[in-house]
Ligand binder design. Structure first.
Ligand code: ZN
Length: 488
């Protein structure tokens, strides 16, 4: 008996020793760099962003509401506001309003870098107008803040890039590596006329890019549980999506004599089964990368868990699952979004329909989702059809590439206090179309995202402090310079 106890004790000590060893030797992935040189941003920059926000480049659901005059105006605004970029870079308009600016590098052996963004914004619903502190399309600068629809999604990227390029051109800077600025005009509608056409144009020219940088993440403040540090997230992957439309047709009749199962009965059981049987939780590559980068910077308990994923994985998953945002990181999610059936209270409908939207983890395909759904419903009276607007989850991009390293370095040069880490973007960005040009696709915009402004995305009082916008310009200046530093 005593011997068994001793063996057990020895085992516990070995496991504890292993856990502690991993914890104390969990290496930091953060780098230390010299800060970027100080740089004065001209006072006109903020006015340019304000002006850009005042141009109503709105993507409406109904194509008939498309205001081509506003998009022309935006195009002319960019042309006139950035005369050096307009004259010294090669400018191509795609489908009239999307833009490609090509800044030729001096060394053709280096693969180009693509900085991208989008020109369109979502509408402001009429009933929400009065909730804004200012008119969302007035281009107001007040109390050191630039207000308006598009301030963080995504005119900060577009105007931030262009200001940076114009500043560098004024200084006579010439990049070694070719830089492309690519801006789609219909991201909020799926990007078919913008990003898709831009990528096709570049692909036809045989362009292979070193890396692509798009929106998608920012520097979070107070949004990562377990740490109060600023955390700059670089999206190394994003989720795919598919909508599956479920339909059932069963003879209806009068509601006074219902048959055992009606179309609505069958359909609602299927939807309930899908909700009761969620996809299994798993840790995919970008979330694993997040844990190995954030872990060493965390307090002891979290650090210990992230340093020993083989032991603590079930606990990590169950703590993530508790919140909707964490759950979305570890699981292909299931969301019924439309349900239809019936037209009259005393008539049993013949047909019922439901749309279920799935956001798909990297490594799972649309076909996998479809199979899972059909097997889970296990009722062949239900027809399952894919919606028209779907996207496979792209492969995770490397954290060991020149691109990741360059973005990481630039963040540290401008925001030295921030922990830099990769992560999985939950939503969809235009960058998903760019994989034919590069396998290194990253998503990061240099501004602070916190509990105060996170709801302003597509929401009310979208805004950016002038200082944050100026730092974004500094970031892009430095990023462009760093892309030419091949010793990097
Ligand atoms: Zn956006």
């Amino acid at each position: 008996m005593k011997k068994i106890l001793l063996v057990v004790l020895a085992l516990i000590l070995i496991v504890a020793g292993y856990i502690l060893y991993n914890t104390f030797t969990f290496p930091s992935k953060q780098i230390t760099v010299e800060p970027a040189p100080e740089r004065v941003i001209p006072p006109t920059a903020k006015e340019h962003l304000a002006k850009a926000l005042s141009i109503r480049t709105i993507s409406h659901e109904n194509p008939e509401d498309f205001d081509s005059a506003a998009f022309y105006q935006f195009r002319e605004f960019v042309k006139n506001t950035y005369p050096l970029a307009d004259s010294l870079l090669e400018v191509t308009y795609i489908n009239k309003f999307s833009m490609i600016y090509q800044w030729q590098g001096s060394d053709p052996s280096l693969k180009p870098v693509i900085l991208m963004g989008h020109l369109d914004v979502v509408p402001v619903a009429a009933e929400n107008l009065k909730k804004w502190n200012v008119d969302p399309f007035a281009g107001t600068i007040k109390d050191g803040i630039i207000w308006g629809r598009g301030a963080i999604d995504d005119k900060i990227s577009v105007i931030g890039n262009l200001e940076a390029v114009e500043l560098l051109l004024q200084e006579g800077y010439k990049p070694e590596r070719t830089i492309y600025l690519c801006y789609g005009h219909d991201e909020e509608l799926g990007g078919l006329n913008g990003a898709v056409a831009i990528v096709k144009h570049l692909k036809d020219k045989g362009i292979e890019a070193e890396f692509v940088l798009d929106e998608g993440f920012a520097i979070t403040q107070g949004l990562i549980p377990g740490t109060d540090k600023d955390v700059a997230l670089i999206g190394t992957a994003e989720k795919g999506f598919v909508t599956l439309n479920l339909s059932v047709a069963i003879e209806g009749g009068h509601s006074s004599m219902p048959k055992e199962e009606t179309a609505i009965d069958v359909l609602s059981k299927a939807v309930a089964r899908l909700k009761d049987n969620p996809f299994p939780a798993e840790i995919t590559q970008p979330v694993q990368d997040f844990m190995t980068h954030i872990g060493p910077e965390m307090p002891f308990m979290q650090k210990m868990a992230f340093a020993n994923p083989s032991i603590f994985k079930p606990m990590i998953i169950s703590s993530l699952e508790k919140k909707a945002s964490g759950n979305a990181l570890v699981r292909t999610t299931t969301a019924p979004t439309i349900i239809q059936g019936g037209i009259k209270e005393n008539v049993i409908p013949y047909e019922a329909h439901a749309s279920v939207n799935f956001r798909i983890l990297p490594g799972t395909s649309i076909a996998d989702v479809r199979d899972y759904v059909i097997n889970t419903i296990a009722d062949d009276r239900i027809e399952v059809k894919e919606g028209t607007f779907n996207s496979e989850a792209p492969e995770s991009s490397s954290v060991d590439s020149f691109g990741y390293h360059t973005i990481h370095t630039t963040i540290k040069q401008l925001f030295p206090q921030a922990v830099v880490t990769p992560n999985l973007v939950i939503g969809a960005t235009d960058s998903r179309y760019y994989y034919p040009l590069s396998s290194n696709v990253y998503r990061f915009t240099p501004f602070y995202l916190n509990n105060e402004n996170i709801t302003t995305f597509h929401g009310i009082n979208e805004r950016i402090p002038v200082e944050d916008f100026e730092n974004a310009i500094r970031f892009y200046v430095q990023l462009i310079r760093n892309t030419s530093d091949v010793s990097n």
